[in-house]
Design a protein around this ligand. Structure first.
Ligand SMILES: Cc1cc2nc3c(=O)[nH]c(=O)nc-3n(C[C@H](O)[C@H](O)[C@H](O)COP(=O)(O)OP(=O)(O)OC[C@H]3O[C@@H](n4cnc5c(N)ncnc54)[C@H](O)[C@@H]3O)c2cc1C
Length: 576
């Protein structure tokens, strides 16, 4: 998380960056990766290892394994299981892609809107392993004050600040950035942690994190800010502005009630920084995984893909999961078809295991059910319009400035992003991207009502700019909490939730569970320590692959230990 307000060293994409000292050695110059401090396992190295992720006994080739959900996590899981010679059977209630969902504007199908994940930090190395493997193009995402963003407007309490670079903002914003930098350095050893992450020094990462965990688990993000010396000294206006514009991706005050641990994981790993979008839309990634035929598969003939194994379509929505008298796991679809499996991976949001899927209670320990039920989801809403061209780059002759800019505001819209593919093509305005209370304000309104209010807000910031006259076609809007297959946007733990997250994350290693609770694995965004970032969907899918292989009697490649082999050594500690 970063603010462009400072950026002494040019920071590509953020508003409030926390720069460290200039690197002096190779290790210091190494890139930050999403090496999560709870489990600093190098998934990128694991994936790149020439010996692969392991093997199952040849007698098991073709064994069916159920994968519930065709989002990114389910498809990574299915893809890797297929490569190992198993036969994944994917179930999906709605669209391939899940929360990587891209909508097209009907009158110009090439013009797209990413309704869920849209900007992906370059530090997410496991995510980009698949982006690169599948040959997808990416571009810089136009975050506030990012180099690719030609201008940004910050409008708070009716005061408007226009800036093409962070240096052009008033000194107040630098003070806010400095206060945040001091808060995370003094309170959470930010620089030391980033240095340890750069050098992949897992012992040091664990040492730093394990000391912070018990101190921070019951602390809110806001409590951390308000309790820090730097923000106490700076005063309320600085805390308020920090919440409203504070991070590279926009204001994060809707995260203030969440556990500070959630925020630290993001900032330590630069997940808020250097974002790229997938050209043509984020959904291209799961779709490509579904269609792709890997070259290094065992058992399956050349040309096999997940699509070909499923004759083109995944199975339907799952309505029930239980264990039969033989000990197999039975997956029943909502419309009746049943099949039994030696192993099942569920990747849907975990609440759905009790609300939409009748999951036999005995399949999970009671403490795991508690963790599932305590899940706290962020709400999120986005509203897009297509416009005839990127008119915002027109220069106002009176001011010499662009007529409309990427905008952060304390008005209803909160954040407006401008996306274009060149001067003479239709372009897209993400009029408003909001979370939590800000998202709930939109929930009851239809798309047109939303757009009207959003345009009204923008008119106050840009008087005389007729945005409406550029709109073509119908707006596209989403509220993830209104979709019964999601019930929320993404998980965000509240204070005191570390224990729940630890249970969910470590469940893939089942050696201590009774036989009756083995064979069903949880994966996906909810299970990850960095929910809301697609990297966690990928890495928890890889954990589940390890769990399934191990459960079926397979092993990791000898020179490439998997997440389950290292979990006890460098995994999340117990606070009890
Ligand atoms: C608004 C929003 C913004 C985001 N922004 C970013 C971002 O900018 N960068 C980033 O990295 N990440 C972002 N994310 C997070 C990212 O989208 C997720 O981490 C990722 O897409 C989750 O993948 P998944 O496979 O774990 O879950 P999902 O994508 O939710 O996949 C689960 C699948 O299960 C299916 N399902 C549900 N019930 C059933 C059932 N009964 N039977 C069968 N299938 C079922 C669902 O339809 C879904 O397809 C964002 C998410 C949202 C919602």
């Amino acid at each position: 998380m970063t603010t462009a307000t400072e950026l002494p060293a040019p920071d590509p994409s953020s508003t409030l960056t926390v720069p460290g000292p200039a690197p002096t050695t190779d290790a210091e110059a190494a890139p930050i990766t999403m090496l999560n401090p709870d489990f600093p396992f190098s998934y990128d190295h694991y994936l790149a290892h020439p010996d692969g992720l392991g093997s199952v006994p040849p007698a098991l080739y073709g064994t069916e394994v159920a994968v519930v959900g065709a989002g990114l996590s389910g498809l990574v899981t299915a893809y890797e299981l297929m490569k190992l010679g198993l036969r994944p059977v994917v179930y999906e209630a709605d669209q391939i892609g899940g929360r990587l969902r891209t909508a097209s504007f009907p009158s110009a199908p090439g013009v797209v809107a990413d309704l869920g994940g849209m900007r992906f930090p370059v530090s997410g190395k496991a995510f980009y392993h698949y982006v690169d493997l599948l040959g997808l193009d990416t571009q810089d995402f136009p975050n506030p004050l990012a180099p690719v963003t030609s201008s940004t407007v910050i409008e708070l309490a009716g005061q408007k600040h226009y800036a093409e670079t962070s240096d052009e903002l008033p000194p107040f914003f630098r003070e806010v950035a400095d206060a945040w930098k001091a808060a995370v350095n003094d309170g959470a050893k930010f620089q030391e942690m980033q240095q340890a992450i750069r050098s992949r020094d897992t012992a040091r990462i664990k040492e730093l994190w394990n000391e912070l965990l018990p101190l921070m688990d019951e602390q809110t993000f806001y409590g951390f800010i308000a309790g820090s010396e730097s923000f106490k000294e700076a005063g309320f206006a600085h805390r308020e502005a920090f919440g409203q514009v504070g991070f590279g991706t926009g204001g994060w005050d809707t995260d203030f009630p969440n556990s500070i641990l959630e925020i630290l994981r993001v900032v330590y790993t630069d997940a808020d920084d250097q974002h790229r979008l997938i050209s043509g839309g984020a959904q291209r990634l799961p779709e490509a995984l579904w269609e792709h035929s890997p070259s290094d598969m065992v058992h399956w003939p050349e040309g096999t893909s997940l699509a070909s194994l499923h004759s083109g379509a995944p199975r339907g929505a799952v309505g029930k999961i239980h264990r039969d008298a033989n000990g197999d796991l039975v997956v029943a679809e909502r419309w009746g078809r049943e099949a039994s499996y030696p192993a099942v991976v569920t990747t849907c949001q975990s609440w759905l295991l009790s609300t939409r899927i009748h999951t036999e209670e005995a399949l999970f320990p009671a403490e795991l059910w508690t963790a599932i039920e305590r899940s706290h989801y962020m709400q999120s809403s986005k509203t897009f319009v297509m416009v005839d061209r990127p008119f915002w780059k027109d220069i106002d002759p009176d001011t010499g400035r662009e007529v409309l800019s990427m905008t952060l505001t304390d008005r209803l819209n909160r954040a407006t992003y401008l996306l274009d593919e060149g001067p003479d093509k239709p372009a897209v305005i993400l009029l408003s991207y909001t979370w939590n209370d800000d998202a709930l304000k939109w929930l009851a309104l239809d798309a047109d009502e939303r757009v009207e209010l959003m345009l009204h807000s923008l008119e106050q910031i840009y008087p005389g700019v007729d945005i409406a006259s550029h709109i073509v076609g119908q707006p596209i809007t989403v509220s993830w909490e209104a979709d019964p297959n999601f019930m929320g946007a993404f998980k965000a733990n509240l204070p005191g939730h570390y224990r729940y997250q630890q249970r969910l994350f470590t469940h893939f290693k089942q050696d201590k569970l009774p036989e009756s609770q083995r064979g069903i694995f949880l994966a996906g965004d909810d299970v990850s320590f960095t929910a809301g970032w697609a990297e966690g969907a990928v890495t928890t899918g890889l954990n589940a692959v390890w769990g399934v292989v191990n459960h079926l009697g397979g092993t990791s490649a000898p020179g490439n230990p998997g997440p389950g082999e290292l979990l006890d050594e460098i995994g999340p500690i117990s606070l009890d």
